[in-house]
Design a protein around this ligand. Structure first.
Ligand code: C2E
Ligand code: CA
Ligand code: CA
Length: 569
């Protein structure tokens, strides 16, 4: 394999500290001296004057000898005989042997006996001789290392743990600043789903090959961390913007104009005092950051990320107390029914806010994803649902309204074995009906583990809960899955209304597509994030049923929302 060779070359950078030992086997003293002078700076040189002496020496030192320079014509035991013996013996056969000869005719026979290279007599080209010895040694050592390396079966790259070990090796042997780089494929699941696993594999292999070329050029090493994340450790580079651009262009052109997007996260000039694995964690954090920003395909790890990590840890640690202190408060955002002549209050979404004594008001975007990562979200959501149910019960007693108030159900919640029991308990304890609370489940929750999610959602639906598919159009669930999903309402993702220059046409087309899709599914559509009259009018015109957004009302404290209810009566 070609790439095997390339990898071998790269290993050279990694292993270069102690002087290698070489043995010169040559009967003429003048020749021994010439060669010795030439090589002693670079190698620890030993000498033997004939085949027998050499054999004795090699028997004792074969573990530490890196190469043998062998004269062919010698007394006692000639070079051919020794060569054959060394290559026949498993203990010595890996030692590269360079045959020294003045006769062209001797080359082929010695090659056939297993010689690795030749050095031509007279020894008048020291540079060539040194290069040949170096190459022979390098190849043999690399092969040994390569043979023990754990590799990823698909791409042939180093497997993760092994890769980390090599990074440490590189720290020891290569001076200078180094960068930890994580490379990730955007929506790889989608690529696999759309074009099939075979193409997915081809993408992975192409990326691996491209990265190997890059690493070759820069003197780095490449590993594969998991499905679609690659790791690169290399001497510091100045311009990762161009790096990411090159990588994207090259991979896509090698694939024949595909539309693969690679994200690059870099932790530059790594702190070599922290564990290799943490360095790549940082690169991956940066990489995840690049996910949020479509116009950017690379991101640097910097101290603000670190601050953010600390902040995250603080939030997690503070959550318990915050629950006890009732720092989590619920805001309500109205939804307006657009199907009549005038917009009419027709629903609400409960949205959590963290009113922290020490940090002030924290928005859910900052802590919900965090709590989702470690499962804390379920406890918080149970608390929210309880509170919302209590509030709805109170409002129901005071005012007449027949719409449900929606709560958010995180993907994580769906995997709790007690979810159904808990929700039913909340409803019955507050004397509500299943139609009083609607459940918003984000589309992306349905994209993986579909069967489990489907089963849970079906049983909730069977009890009569209204299921709203949130952020519709942002995820990549299959149409097949969506058609099986027992949903009552589609909530169109906000991004369709947050325009950036030049994408209006596409967004409009998407909005209409979604509304058509909803018609086929026979469910109403809620548009979210609607901020102005123009949008609202347009949506009404094309058949959108409900609107939620700043245009009609921001999320507001319960007292304020109550005024809206009062106004309805
Ligand atoms: P979401 O469920 O998609 O909620 C809608 C988000 O859009 C809310 O952000 C809301 O304040 C915001 N929004 C509404 N109208 C407009 C508008 O016209 N323009 C703009 N720019 N934004 C608008 P918020 O409250 O920051 O919540 C963010 C996300 O946090 C929610 O997205 C939801 O996924 C999650 N979340 C909020 N509360 C809860 C909760 O109690 N439980 C769970 N599991 N997740 C929650
Ligand atoms: Ca929602
Ligand atoms: Ca939403």
């Amino acid at each position: 394999m070609e790439s095997e060779l390339r990898r071998n070359r790269r290993m050279e950078a990694l292993f270069g500290n102690d002087k290698r030992q070489i043995l010169i086997v040559e009967d003429e003293e003048i020749n021994r001296m010439i060669l010795g002078n030439m090589l002693e700076n670079q190698y620890a040189v030993s000498y033997a004057a004939d085949g027998e002496e050499a054999l004795e020496y090699i028997k004792e030192h074969h573990e530490s000898i890196s190469a043998v320079l062998l004269d062919l014509i010698m007394p006692k035991m000639d070079g051919f005989t020794l060569l054959r013996m060394l290559k026949d013996n498993p203990a010595t056969k890996r030692i590269p042997i360079l045959v020294m000869t003045g006769q062209k005719e001797a080359e082929v026979p010695s090659l056939l006996e297993g010689a690795n290279d030749f050095i031509a007599k007279p020894y008048d080209m020291p540079e060539v001789i040194r290069a040949r010895i170096g190459n022979a040694i390098r190849l043999s050592e690399d092969r040994r290392l390569i043979e023990t390396a754990e590799r990823d079966a698909l791409t042939g790259l180093y497997a993760r743990d092994f890769f980390y070990q090599y990074c440490e090796q590189m720290d020891r042997n290569v001076q200078g600043e180094k960068d930890a780089v994580a490379i990730d494929i955007d929506h790889f699941k989608l690529v696999n789903g759309l074009y099939g696993k075979e193409f997915g594999d081809k993408v992975l292999i192409t990326i691996a090959e491209t990265l190997l070329d890059v690493a070759d050029h820069n003197g780095g090493i490449v590993g594969r961390a998991n499905a679609d994340t690659f790791l690169l450790y290399q001497p510091h580079q100045d311009d990762y913007g161009s790096f990411a651009a090159y990588l994207n262009k090259e991979v896509n052109s090698r694939l024949g104009n595909a539309h693969i997007r690679l994200r690059v996260g870099v932790y530059e000039c790594v702190d070599q005092n922290i564990a290799v694995i943490s360095r790549f964690d940082r690169a991956r954090i940066a990489c995840d950051r690049a996910k949020d920003n479509y116009s950017l395909s690379f991101e640097r790890y910097d101290e603000s990320f670190h601050k953010q990590q600390l902040e995250s840890q603080r939030y997690i640690a503070a959550m318990d107390d915050a629950m006890k202190e009732q720092e989590f408060v619920i805001y309500y955002q109205p939804k307006y029914d657009m199907t009549g002549d005038a917009p009419k209050l027709g629903g609400a979404e409960a949205l959590v806010r963290w009113n922290s004594k020490s940090e002030g008001l924290i928005s859910p975007g900052k802590f919900i994803p965090l709590f989702e990562q470690n499962g804390l979200i379920y406890r918080l959501d149970l608390y929210i649902w309880n509170e919302v149910a209590r509030q709805v019960k109170e409002w129901k007693q005071k005012y007449r309204f027949d719409f449900p108030v929606s709560v958010n159900v995180s993907r994580i919640d769906l995997f709790s074995p007690h979810l159904l029991q808990e929700i039913l308990g909340i409803i019955s304890r507050n004397g509500l009906s299943y139609r009083d609370i609607a459940l918003e489940i984000t589309e992306s929750a349905c994209a993986t583990d579909t069967e489990t999610v489907l089963a849970v959602v079906r049983s909730l639906r069977d009890y009569g809960f209204e299921i709203e598919m949130d952020d519709f159009g942002s995820g990549y669930s299959s149409l097949n899955m969506l058609s099986k999903m027992p949903i009552n309402v589609l909530k169109m993702d906000m991004k369709f209304f947050q325009r950036s220059a030049g994408n209006d046409e596409l967004m409009d087309a998407m909005v209409r597509l979604i509304i058509d899709f909803a018609k086929v599914m026979k469910v109403p559509v809620v548009a979210e994030g609607v901020e102005d009259k123009e949008q609202a009018d347009y949506l009404k015109e094309i058949g959108c049923n409900m609107i939620q957004g700043y245009y009609f009302g921001r999320p507001m404290p319960a007292e304020d929302f109550e005024k809206l209810l009062k106004g309805m009566d």
